[in-house]
Design a protein around this ligand. Structure first.
Ligand code: ASP
Length: 412
């Protein structure tokens, strides 16, 4: 029998997960939520297990393999420029749509009065407490962790990235014999990590089935309906960013057909969709762009950085969500406030971790900055998870396009 390609297997799992979640949830025919939870968790654990050594070895090999200091600075600048530009374009797309369609106003009345507010659980409240504008400084502080091992065990990727960048940079300064040992060692670790990624991917369909079925069984569909307009605007803006903004860039600068590239990246995109974590998807993103022909020198530098600091989908979502909540609360939203929202969305999308629901913390920062209570976040909690799945896929898509585009310009 012909073997079904892995991305098809994942897609089938994704489709099946909806009826599974609906029929085998807590109130379903048989309660299989324990099984779903186990399947999803083991897949996520396996992915997370790879992430720290992968990020470290990818960046170290990426930096130390760049031949000249000028080359390093050039690629670094291009990468940052791409990240900032696409995130900004994403935010603007969201801003325009949310201003045009005003999802926070229902038949002329602020939605807060129409919708029953979903209040935050005590656990969610404590997690969000004290995350004011100071959090922005905290983001920069995280770039220099006092203890890299703690940073690794806490999943503080930003700190690990800085350390690995510096480490790789100094490998290039070593005398020839030490340098050769270091390069061989780190290149070896990197290849091992990619090998383990391939292994983990074999259980992806089961993992996806578990993760999504559990989400469906917990969220259901009914609660989403009142927030449909908001969700729809986020979805349309995200799709516009994928199929128009970044695709145009990929086609013109990256010299690649977006549809073909998307097909190659499908495994990574589907995994991003089902795990809602760009960090966890990183191994597959690297594997995908390598198959698309992006040289290791570029992918191992651009992608680990991107998984943490380039989040177009997140930036867009933060902006639309904050605007929606402000509209729903009947706030007067002038130019100054919109500018604040745009800037904080841009900054926090750089700082938030690539893990599920990371945007929520960033949205709280924005809400505080514009004078709204944390509890206002309750308005969007119901739809957050499905939108998280989509925005994470967009984050990964933009990272991948970045790798392809930078590779194309490096070859010039
Ligand atoms: N889940 C997103 C990611 O991992 C972050 C977020 O927007 O919550 O990319």
């Amino acid at each position: 029998m012909k073997k079904i390609a892995l991305h098809w297997q994942i897609l089938i799992a994704l489709v099946l997960s909806v009826p599974f979640g609906l029929f085998f949830g807590e109130d379903g025919i048989v309660d299989l939520t324990g099984v779903f939870d186990f399947m999803g968790r083991i897949f996520l654990n396996a992915l997370k297990m790879i992430v720290v050594p992968l990020i470290i070895s990818a960046i170290i090999t990426g930096v130390s393999n760049i031949s000249s200091e000028k080359g390093f600075a050039r690629m670094g600048l291009k990468t940052i420029l791409y990240y900032l530009t696409t995130s900004f374009v994403a935010i603007l797309t969201g801003l325009i749509l949310v201003n045009l369609f005003k999802p926070g106003i229902i038949s002329g009345i602020p939605a807060k009065d129409v919708l029953a507010l979903t209040s935050l659980t005590a656990e969610q409240m404590t997690a969000l407490e004290g995350k004011g504008t100071n959090e922005i400084f905290a983001i920069f502080l995280r770039m220099v962790p006092p203890n890299i091992f703690k940073a690794a065990s806490d999943g503080q990727m930003l700190g690990l990235i800085t350390f690995s960048l510096i480490f790789g940079f100094f490998i290039r300064k070593l005398s020839e014999n030490y340098k050769a040992v270091q390069l061989n060692f780190w290149n070896g670790i990197y290849d091992i990590m990619l090998g383990i990624t391939n292994l983990v991917m074999r259980i992806a369909p089961l993992g996806v089935l578990g993760l999504v079925a559990l989400t469906v069984s917990e969220t259901g569909f009914d609660s989403i309906v009142p927030l449909l307009k908001f969700a729809l605007i986020v979805v349309v803006a995200l799709l516009f960013h994928v199929f128009v903004s970044t695709s145009l860039l990929l086609y013109t600068v990256g010299k690649m057909k977006p549809v073909v590239f998307m097909k190659i990246m499908s495994k990574a995109l589907l995994t991003a969709f089902s795990t809602s974590s760009s960090s966890a998807t990183l191994p597959e993103t690297i594997e995908g762009v390598t198959r698309a022909g992006v040289p290791k020198r570029v992918s191992s530098f651009v992608l680990p950085l991107g998984a943490t600091i380039n989040m177009d989908g997140t930036a867009l979502y933060e902006c639309v969500a904050a605007m929606f909540i402000a509209q729903a609360y009947g706030l007067e939203i002038g130019f100054g406030m919109q500018l604040t929202i745009v800037l904080i969305a841009l900054l926090t999308s750089i700082g938030v971790a690539g893990v599920p629901s990371a945007s929520l913390v960033a949205i709280v920062i924005i809400l505080k900055a514009i004078g709204l209570p944390d509890a206002a976040l309750g308005l969007i909690l119901v739809v957050d998870r499905p939108l998280d799945m989509l925005r994470t896929a967009v984050n990964v898509w933009s990272d991948s396009c970045g790798a392809a585009i930078i590779a194309a310009t490096e070859e010039l």
